[in-house]
Design a binder for this molecule. Sequence first.
Ligand SMILES: [Zn+2]
Length: 252
Amino acid sequence: MSLFGKKEPLICGVCGSETGTPDSKKHKAADGIICHKCFLKAGYTPGMMCFADSIEALKNTIEARAKAEEDFKNAKEGVKNFTPTRTVGNVLHINDDTRQWYVDDGLHLAYVRNFDDLLESWINVSRNETTSTTSGSGVGRAIAGGVIAGPTGAIVGAVTKKDKTSTTVSEIVTITYRVKDVEMNQTIFDISSGQAENIKREFDKMMGTYDTPVIVQESSSADELRKFKQLLDDGTITQDEFNAKKKQLLGL
Ligand SMILES: [Zn+2]
């Protein structure tokens, strides 16, 4: 406290500005005070508290958020300015003149890449057969070609019905690719095996391995489920999407 009982200004540990003024509320951090502007920049909203975070952690969060925002802006801008000369399998947009491409699968942020940014790609097909007893009119119609789990996967399959027992063969096709300077592999969902093969062929061409055969890996429901659990843990899919997938894979 200073003379005359007037409060000392409290300095924001992140940006150094004065807090506690009518223009800037202050928020308590673990080892200091931050201003309202920095509080919002760190992703907090009014009513939340940040007293568990150190100034250092808040600084890092603000930096990471700013970088992510910048990446997001650049990615959007890149796609906006991209004119594809052709599109393959609905989701792979290619410009053969600039030798660039991007994938827009409706799930991941789309980034324009160069042909030689692509390091590898592979197709995964998971076939699952479910036999169930039906009473009368075709249960199958609703399943064939229907989308069960929103953006994370489609069932492409045939349904046969004999007497009162029906067998559902569902096929979940994904194509996964890895690009330079990105740690995480990206997976494209919601494609048919035909689309996946076309995309895989284009990817092979970009990597200069034009004549390699398309490799289809069969995997069990358990393998698939493990993969989706990983996606859930990574935050790529939601709990609801995971639950729907689990139900589907286990034929529940
Ligand atoms: Zn501040």
